[in-house]
Design a protein. Structure first.
Length: 206
């Protein structure tokens, strides 16, 4: 048995959809228990974005998802983080959650756990690779073991099409105005990432 947690932050729903695909991929690995949780939104952001119908609808769609806690991180043996880009790195919501987990870092409670990262950007060159790479830094401070998405398991990456995917992790493109939906190939790669993380977590748990 391996326990896989998928904590994510999603303003407009793109990462939420990708998170569900990652969770589904992990669930398809025999003996894996999966938990999907969301990183809490800032009240000031809720107020500022309350006039945007797309934001409000996306938040309503996530009402049933429980908010992530430190106990969720303790529970997990593999963690796949859903981190959208903000100027090529993680958003403040995710950073605050990780910063608040200093006690887990001090006690080494996340050391040796498998981890992966998936992301979304507004454009092809909007920071898909830099967001994952820069988000990896705190994971290494926590002592986690990074699981990427190699070309051998992910041939969709070898394309000139405007889709997500890199050896660093799964990703998708939301469009400059957030109106784009994940390509079906993005979901395929997200599922593969979830499955790969689950398999690594199983082996580490042995």
């Amino acid at each position: 048995m391996a326990k896989v947690l998928v904590p994510y932050y999603s303003a407009y729903g793109h990462i939420y959809e990708m998170a569900k695909a990652v969770a589904k991929g992990a669930e398809e690995v025999e003996g894996t228990e999966v938990k999907l949780v969301k990183i809490p939104e800032f009240d000031v952001v809720k107020q500022a974005m309350s006039s945007q119908d797309a934001y409000v609808q996306a938040q309503d769609n996530q009402d049933d998802v429980a908010e992530a806690t430190h106990d969720d991180l303790r529970w997990a043996e593999g963690i796949a983080w859903g981190i959208p880009t903000r100027y090529g790195s993680m958003p403040a919501q995710m950073k605050q959650f990780l910063d608040s987990a200093g006690g887990l870092w001090a006690n080494g409670e996340l050391e040796g756990k498998a981890t992966s990262i998936f992301t979304s950007t507004g454009s092809v060159h909007g920071g898909q690779e830099t967001t994952i790479i820069t988000s990896l830094i705190p994971m290494l401070h926590f002592g986690m073991i990074f699981v990427g998405l190699p070309y051998g398991e992910n041939p969709e990456q070898l394309t000139t099409d405007g889709i997500g995917g890199s050896p660093y992790g799964a990703s998708t493109i939301s469009g400059p105005d957030g109106s784009a939906s994940p390509d079906e190939r993005d979901f395929v790669m997200a599922k593969r990432l979830g499955a790969r993380l689950a398999k690594v977590a199983h082996k580490l748990n042995q």
